[in-house]
Design a protein around this ligand. Sequence first.
Ligand SMILES: *Cc1c(COP(=O)(O)O)cnc(C)c1O
Length: 238
Amino acid sequence: MPYARRIIADNIARIRERMDATAHAAGRSPHEVQLIAVTKYVNAATAAVLVECGCTTLAESRPQQLWAKVAAPELAGARWHFVGKLQRNKVRRTLPLVELVHSVDSVRLLAEVDAQAAELGLRARVLIEINCSGEQAKQGFAADEARRLIATADAYRHVEIAGLMTMAALHGGRQTARLNFAALRELRDELAVSAPPAVRLDVLSMGMSGDFEEAIAEGATMVRIGSALFTGVSCDSA
Ligand SMILES: *Cc1c(COP(=O)(O)O)cnc(C)c1O
């Protein structure tokens, strides 16, 4: 583990340097961009190295793996986000464990989050997932669906819709990714004007290991980075 620790610490340092440089080049403050470390490729012991290195906000994309890692003693110092497909029957157990759900991809899911948050006596913080690439296989709302949803956001009284999230096209390369990210920012800017006063949409969650610089250049406030954190570390245990 000491060996893996050095590699991971180096990876984090290099990613943060690139994040900061990109933010500066875009005329933004590096403090506006939060690194969300996606731990789905590694076990709890390896994920704990991230926390030791100062990367304290972690994310999982599968509920069962989230639940297991939240319960792991070595990860007691972590804060958690959820970034993947959330089935409605997993909402109740997941909500109390996370600060933010990035991936609300349907009205039915949002309604379930609202209902469970009410029962649990909490306010769930969520992002609305947008399909910016137009790919059929992608989760998320089309722009028009998002407009309709945000117009009715007041109805979800136990949910704070904090912003938008997207995944870039799978095979389009960085150029297409940047267009997808620009589209998300433009949609956010438009919705922020038309949204009910209580809805602020400050968060833009976009960019992963292969395209986080494009995302930061286009206004990302959270980048979700997994594989680049573990380059050079053997990840045999998830
Ligand atoms: C896995 C995953 C990431 C991280 O992807 P990398 O390319 O490994 O950085 C980000 N967001 C979501 C939703 C993911 O499932």
